[in-house]
Design a protein around this ligand. Sequence first.
Ligand SMILES: C[S@@+](CC[C@H](N)C(=O)[O-])C[C@H]1O[C@@H](n2cnc3c(N)ncnc32)[C@H](O)[C@@H]1O
Length: 241
Amino acid sequence: MNRTIRTTEDVLVLLDRLFPPAESWWDRFYANRSADRPFFTPAPDENLVSYLDRGLLAPAPAPARALDLGCGPGRNAVHLASRGFEVDAVDLSSAAVAWAGERAREAGISTGLHFHRASIFEAELPHDTYDLVYDSGCLHHLPPHRRVSYLALLDRVLAPGGHFAVTAFAAGAMGSERPDEELYRLGELEGGLAYSPDELRSLFRDLTPVEVRPMAAQEPGSATFGLPFLLTALFRRPAGS
Ligand SMILES: C[S@@+](CC[C@H](N)C(=O)[O-])C[C@H]1O[C@@H](n2cnc3c(N)ncnc32)[C@H](O)[C@@H]1O
């Protein structure tokens, strides 16, 4: 069959194929756990810890539920579970999910934390449920057309009044600044896309910005993780939307 496009999803899948497959790439990336990758640390993001410590994530009827998108080896998911959240954490890479499960066991977390090996766009997740949707470093690895799927996912799973937080390469500091269209001509994402504060505010314009700022650099070996070339943003979904 040559005429395969019928739905919007068919178009998105076709566009996916213009870029290298992500799953095998990430499995290879996680194969050597001793590699010098800053986010291989078990420490949670400094901005996430700060939101929790400052009470920015309004307490929901206990237990609050969190979804970690592209959880990798689970450092933020494990932290959220240790702070009392019921957590679903999703990652494309089976190597990442296996490592995350080991970390959860090492941290003594036996309930309330569920890892799913799946694309965030295919994972079976409950609707309107999560008080917090958290993404550290997944969005910037998605091709531009998948922002459409990402916004639809957020709309589906984030509870009214819930929070969404994202960490992405900061424009001017790290990541590709090529316009979306050029990325399709090039056929690659150049290691990840840079976002400016205005681009994040515009992309998530249906949500209310709470705090958009550079990540605060943390010393290696610190209890929290922070790199200055990342941008952090916290949004809230209006209660009635
Ligand atoms: C830079 S890593 C960040 C991992 C983790 N959030 C952390 O900060 O430690 C990006 C992660 O996103 C995952 N990822 C990329 N695209 C994905 C998709 N469509 N669905 C699920 N996970 C995805 C990758 O497998 C990878 O583990």
